[in-house]
Design a protein around this ligand. Structure first.
Ligand SMILES: Nc1ncnc2c1ncn2[C@@H]1O[C@H](COP(=O)(O)OP(=O)(O)O)[C@@H](O)[C@H]1O
Ligand SMILES: [Mg+2]
Length: 351
């Protein structure tokens, strides 16, 4: 795909129908032209910069809060640019340098000595050989020494395999090779990453969705897709969506649309989490016929998100009830109903 097509694949074609080139061989029955729906909601310029970075000699590091679609972006970028997003490494505290370089088939190694057939390549090495993009998820969970195995890969575009002699002893990256890493700001973070590695990566921050209407629409369509996949055809309730996404945004930002200050809980109030809650409430309504009022289920699920490891977060949620929810309830029936559910939070959240 051309760079422009990659951006369209990710951000959508703005309602325009895109025609496949006349030379392209399409599977039988596939349409020659179609409108591309956006997969990522956010600034097109961000995606353009990602594409530009990946065409250059630096790697791309997507940083941001959990649940802002960093992993999803890495996947669609890899799929659009190299035709597959399968070359992936999950960063963990237990990862060793071998995870980023290569290992050995020990039976063969002992039997016949070091030879190319006994080498077990990592996804990084495979991507170098085949000229594809490799994704490293949550790179900052790996120890900084382990992360540093990537420095020579990015600067020299080469991986040394000292055990193998001759031309097999060093692998050069084929054109097209590059790296997409993600890092959550809530984890150990990029502060411990070596400056040598930082210099070989372009940082792009992926922000939460800025526009409330867009976030509501995304949560609706993603939750609906999740439900359909599991065989539930019930529609996600519009009132639930409205209150849910508004509450998430207020608690995430520490400030409401009206400009009232809100105490932020320690828990992550991500779009991804809102999708999960919207789907769960709808599913509960479809499983249990007595649950005719989906709004009444909101407090229980909100507590489930907010109350992870910090009891003070319950008080913050109650303060949100006594502030914005109460005030909105003074002239809005829906928020008034929500305010009436305050005791649920009080009851459920008790230790
Ligand atoms: N800006 C966004 N555009 C599209 N989907 C989003 C966006 N933000 C969150 N999502 C939803 O959240 C889900 C989880 O995101 P994920 O990629 O796992 O986040 P991260 O890796 O940042 O923690 C995505 O699959 C998508 O459904
Ligand atoms: Mg992720």
């Amino acid at each position: 795909m051309s760079p422009e097509r990659v951006v369209e694949f990710i951000c959508g074609s703005r309602g325009e129908a895109i025609r496949a080139p006349s030379s392209a061989e399409l599977p039988a029955g596939a349409p020659r032209s179609m409108v591309i729906e956006p997969k990522f909601v956010g600034a097109r310029a961000l995606i353009e910069r990602c594409v530009v970075t990946l065409a250059g000699e630096r790697g791309l590091l997507l940083v941001g809060q959990p649940g802002t679609a960093k992993s999803m972006l890495g996947e669609v970028l890899a799929a659009a640019i190299s035709g597959s997003s399968a070359l992936t490494i999950q960063g963990t505290a237990g990862a060793s340098e071998d995870h980023l370089r290569y290992g050995w088939n020990y039976a063969m190694l002992l039997d016949r000595g070091p030879r190319p057939e006994a080498l077990v390549p990592s996804s990084v090495l495979t991507a170098m050989k085949t000229g594809k993009l490799v994704r490293i998820e949550e790179i900052t969970r790996c120890l900084p020494e382990v992360q540093d195995a990537l420095i020579s890969v990015l600067s020299e575009r080469r991986m040394m395999i000292p055990e193998l002699e001759g031309p097999d002893g060093s692998v050069f990256a084929a054109p097209g090779f590059n790296l997409i890493a993600t890092a959550n700001l809530r984890d150990r973070g990029v502060s411990e990453m070596s400056s040598a590695l930082k210099r070989r990566l372009n940082f792009e921050t992926v922000p939460p969705i800025a526009d409330a209407r867009q976030e509501i629409e995304l949560v609706r369509s993603r939750a609906q897709a999740v439900l359909r996949e599991s065989g539930t055809e019930t529609e996600v309730d519009a009132s639930v969506l409205d209150i849910l996404v508004t509450t998430f945004r207020d608690l995430r930002e520490g400030r409401t649309g009206e400009g009232w200050n809100v105490e932020r809980p320690a828990a992550v109030m991500s779009t991804a989490e809102a999708v999960t809650v919207a789907a769960a409430i709808t599913r509960q309504g479809s499983f249990f016929a007595t649950r005719k009022d989906p709004v009444s289920l909101l407090p229980g699920y909100l507590l489930g998100v907010v109350l992870k490891d910090n009891q003070e977060d319950r008080d913050r949620l109650l303060a949100y009830w006594d502030g914005p929810i109460r005030r909105r309830g003074e002239n809005d029936a829906l928020w008034k109903r929500m305010y009436a559910l305050r005791e649920v939070v009080e009851e459920l959240g008790r230790e």
